[in-house]
Design a protein around this ligand. Sequence first.
Ligand code: PMV
Length: 320
Amino acid sequence: MQASAQAQPNIALIKYWGKRDVESNLPAADSLSVTLDTLWTRMSLEFDERLKQDTLDVNGFIAPSMLARVSHCLDLVVGNARAFARVQSSSNFPIGAGLASSASAFAALVVAADQATGSHLETNALARLAGAASGSAARSLFGGFVELTAGDEKIEVREIADSASWPLEIIVAVTAEGPKALGSTDAMIRSARTSPFYSSWLEQQAADMEIARQAVQQKDFAKLAAVAEHNCLKMHSVMWGSRPPIVYWNQATIACMETVRALQADGHSVFFTIDAGPQLKAVCLPEDGDYVRAALEQTGGVIRVLQSGLGAGARLLEQV
Ligand code: PMV
């Protein structure tokens, strides 16, 4: 009744922003992401009949604020007649700051819970369970380039190209380390209720997905860059148009965008994407990685820079 698993965060190039059904956490539209390799979350869990409640330790600290989501996720995997669990999570990157830490955490949690209880569900079933906790977590069950298709009642997730087929580098410019002011669920609900741009955002999502899918298949960097930046800026336009507005960026986020624009003007193969937080993620070809990293490190307001290639989906660990 114990197991450990590891998952890496994923970064969406075509974003998930909006829910078809808030209760079951079903995305309103499809999304496409890349799974990273050097950033990880490791989850160890043990079901223990003697425990009076679930316990959660995150990076060595008791984390009551996240316990309810973890308990709910365990109920979904195991059923709520289960024994309570002792859960330990560790990550090698900032959590709750727009770096997809919930994606890697819930992907690792469902894999560990599945093993600990001997359920051995297939990967898409685990992806659905992770996705019920955090929509983007479903994509971290798979590696490389991952597509999430949002059906009426359930999602399907699949790897459309593996990490070796088109090695890209992701450089994350960390511009603030604290937790974000507004969580993505509340922000999505507000966007759907109040942004005049929300319906056209959803209408265009299928077309953006198709272009991105083609770009990955053709390994066409310029095509992927154009659609991913456009998709990201549309998602943030939906947020900026909400009432009250949702602005996750800070000055350094914009300075980083200018750095990427300057690199592009100099002929480097790089583009940016930004999620529900102020960090900028630059995506580039491996030969441009060190140059892009140095340019972002020198950009005003950048606290530190993380670098990663593309990696595999969530997996079991022998021990943590
Ligand atoms: O999975 P959540 O609820 O944390 O939402 C993720 C939202 C974005 O990161 C902004 C976009 C995405 O597709 O990952």
